[in-house]
Design a protein around this ligand. Structure first.
Ligand code: T1G
Length: 713
């Protein structure tokens, strides 16, 4: 038994402990160790029952995704194969009890279901999240799960990928007991009970009472496919998971498993799986800052204070309260404060109504938010976040004020979405304590926080911001201090290109349809209308002095602004909106576009959806390459995480930079060169893109080379 799996025996019960930190993944050596331990326990006459448990903080969190990553790109030892260990567990002549704490996910739950019994602590999470990686369960999970929980629940677990807690798992029949108190003690007691009871062992593969029949289950599968199409638009794996569970109903166990393996291999070989596995590791890599040691000290954030109770300030206050952090929420006048608090309360009431949490939890969170009109208590805050109107002059005034009040080790953060953090920090006596915390609306929902590192921002403050983002249940990505940082800097050319496309012949709804078909959560014109045409106009005006003279400028935004079509807030923008805020294509806008194009001397033509996607996405990629070579992002993968968690880019495409690699940088650069010819300077290929395309490299290999260079430095 190597160190990944340990075996001990106590009073007739063999305890097999999986010890493969950090999450006991089924890495090479773990299945083998488990198999060996089972053989020893099986042979030991003193052993009457077996308990399998995870060492550390969790049971098995699945197959080793690193191995999957290799297999998905045709490297490594090929798709993991677990049939032997599963059959061996199930065929053991002594009761095998799986003891679950932390998580039993994917292959972890599949190993558990091969056991004869499962027990778990109350807060254990159990599920089949494989679809989040673009694959289906590949260790007989689609065959055993419906036998334990029924077809409908199995379809829901595999299509949603969402884990369930132990009490619900007990109700469904996935586990046999919820253990209160010490898990190992409870599991061993349960194992002894089973051994004493004796009789035939329950093998999951032999169960069939919950499988129903092809006819009975047909509507369940139809509903499952609808759920997959609705909630997992354009994704392959959720639909394939339903196919595999259908095989469990229509085929004998072993044939069903064979079918599952075929489907699993097909999914693993897909671009979607490669993209989603990239996204998994990219999201975990963002917290590693090459020039900041992992053990850098972080400040403890117990008390926060927020300036501005508008949409952003209110959302940030909720995010803090949701994480148990007390918040002072300051406004300049009572009416604005009342409006802010009323919005917070309404949002919480909606969540209670939807059953997301109880009234009691709402009351606890509201009690953590302290609305006020003064700076009282700001002197004790560990973190002050300014979420005021997007004006440099106003932000400088606020930072000069809080610099006088805040305690020395208080972190000062601005929620600015575009402005210069160094300029804001320059009015304080402590620029090393100043950082940008760029939340996304609604801030209590959106996962992304761009952490803007200024020239003087200390390493401790950067690491504290990363830890805070994790505590808020968000993904913090460290970016450099340039206009618009990373997300908005790439958004600007994307919006501009979309506006050029409608001047040249497309309609706003055609552009948005092409983008949503591509997988974007929302079309760019719908986003514009949601954020407000006036907000876009103000950003445009603030940037005017930064734009090169003589470059083409989109004409429509001004037309909409001056005709007070400000978007959803005025019921009309690029679209007209009904009482449910549903966007409706508007012939008035079409006419305004045609007139504006005519006056601007722009020839209109038929524009294909392909051209729309290429121009909207490639312009982002090109800007991303500039951001990378200028050093405002650590990795191309960080840019992907920003667009996946903050801008609704489809996860199954891996993010704009990964998508570029999937298309091929030569191909992308080739089209960009054509657009450069046709549409001018905005399309000048980024030097880094040229270099990588010429060398046959990718953004992924660029990241790997930089990682390696940093590691050896
Ligand atoms: N394989 C390899 N590494 C993993 C891993 C896994 N399954 N899960 C986590 N890690 C690494 C992660 O990269 C990070 O590394 C560290 O562990 C801590 O993770 C046959 C084929 C378990 C809920 O999809 O959801 O089984 O950055 O930061 O927030 O059907 O990790 O420190 O170097 O996320 O506490 C199915 C994936 C696999 C679960 C813990 N399983 N993991 O969250 O920590 S497919 C999953 C998670 C499968 C079978 C199929 C979460 C977590 P590093 P973390 P966390």
């Amino acid at each position: 038994m190597d160190k990944l799996v340990n075996l001990t025996t106590q009073d007739g019960v063999a305890v097999i402990t999986i010890d493969n930190p950090p999450v006991n993944a089924l890495s090479p050596g773990v299945p083998e160790g488990l198999l060996a331990a089972l053989d020893v326990a099986e042979e030991d006459p003193l052993v009457r029952a077996i308990v399998v448990i995870g060492g550390g903080r969790t049971f098995i969190a699945g197959a080793d995704i690193k191995e999957l990553e290799l297999a998905a790109s045709g490297r490594g030892n090929g798709p993991p194969e677990f049939h032997a260990i599963l059959a061996s567990i199930e065929d053991t002549s002594k009761p095998v009890v799986m003891a679950i704490h932390g998580t039993a996910l994917g292959g972890g739950n599949e190993v558990a279901m091969a056991g004869h019994y499962r027990v778990a602590v109350r807060d254990a999470q159990i599920g089949q999240p494989e679809v989040n990686l673009g694959i289906i369960p590949g260790a007989e999970g689609t065959q055993r799960l419906p036998r334990l929980v029924g077809v409908a629940a199995a379809v829901d677990l595999c299509v949603s990928g969402k884990p369930i807690r132990a009490p619900e798992a007990l109700k469904l029949g996935l586990i046999d007991r919820v253990i209160e108190g010490d898990l190992l003690t409870g599991a061993m007691a349960f194992a002894r009970e089973i051994a004493e009871k004796g009789g035939a062992l329950r093998k999951t593969r032999e169960l069939s009472d919950k499988l129903g029949s092809e006819f009975v289950d047909a509507s369940i599968f139809a509903a499952g496919r609808d759920q997959a199409r609705k909630t997992r638009r354009n994704m392959l794996a959720p639909l394939k998971a339903v196919d595999a569970i259908e095989a469990a109903v229509n085929l004998p166990f072993d044939e069903g498993c064979k079918k599952e393996r075929e489907i699993f291999a097909e999914c693993l070989a897909s671009d979607q799986a490669r993209a989603l596995i990239h996204a998994f590791f990219a999201e975990r890599a963002v917290a590693k800052i090459p020039d900041i040691p992992k053990d850098t000290a972080v400040y403890n954030i117990r008390q926060a204070a927020i300036i501005g109770a508008g949409t952003m300030g209110g959302g940030i206050a909720m995010a803090c309260a949701n994480a148990g952090i007390s918040v002072l929420l300051k406004e300049v006048e009572q009416a604005a404060l009342d409006r802010g608090v009323a919005t917070i309360r309404k949002n919480y009431e909606n969540s209670v109504k939807k059953g997301r949490f109880s009234q009691e939890v709402m009351d606890q969170r509201m009690a953590l938010i302290h609305p006020q009109l003064t700076y009282d208590g700001f002197g004790q805050a560990d973190l002050i976040i300014e979420a005021a109107f997007e004006s440099m002059e106003l932000k400088k005034r606020i930072f000069a004020e809080i610099d006088q009040i805040a305690k020395p080790d208080c972190m000062l953060a601005s929620n600015t979405s575009t402005l210069d953090i160094d300029a804001i920090a320059s009015v304080t006596s402590r620029p090393r304590m100043v950082v940008g915390l760029h939340f996304f609306s609604p801030a209590n929902v959106m996962r992304l926080v761009e952490i803007v590192r200024g020239k003087a921002t200390s390493k401790e403050v950067v690491m504290t911001a990363l830890a805070l983002a994790k505590k808020l249940g968000k993904v913090g990505v460290v970016v450099g201090n340039c206009w618009g940082f990373v997300g908005n800097r790439m958004m600007l050319p994307y919006m501009r290109e979309a506006q050029f496309l409608v001047e040249e012949g497309a309609t706003p709804e055609q552009v948005d349809r092409a983008l949503t078909n591509f997988g974007m959560a929302m079309g760019i014109f719908a986003v514009d209308d949601m954020g407000g045409i006036d907000v876009q106009w103000r950003v445009r005006e603030e940037r005017k002095h930064m734009e090169k003279p003589g470059l083409r400028t989109p004409l429509m935004l001004g037309k909409l602004f001056h005709s007070e079509r400000l978007g959803q807030k005025t019921g009309a923008g690029w679209y007209r909106y009904d009482e449910n805020r549903k966007p409706i294509p508007d012939p008035e806008v079409h006419a305004l576009i045609e007139k504006t194009a005519r006056e601007g001397g722009i020839e209109r033509r038929h524009i294909t959806d392909d051209e729309i996607i290429e121009r909207c996405v490639y312009i982002m990629i090109n800007e991303g390459a500039k951001i990378l070579e200028e050093g405002y992002a650590q990795r191309a993968a960080d840019i992907d995480v920003i667009y996946l968690t903050g801008y609704g880019f489809p996860a199954y495409r891996g993010g704009p930079m990964w998508y570029a690699d999937t298309v091929g940088l030569k191909q992308v650069r080739g089209r960009i060169r054509e657009f450069h010819q046709k549409h001018g300077e905005f399309w000048e290929p980024a030097p880094l893109l040229n270099k990588l395309a010429d060398q046959g490299e990718t953004f992924a290999s660029y990241d790997a080379a930089r990682e390696h260079a940093m590691a050896v430095a």
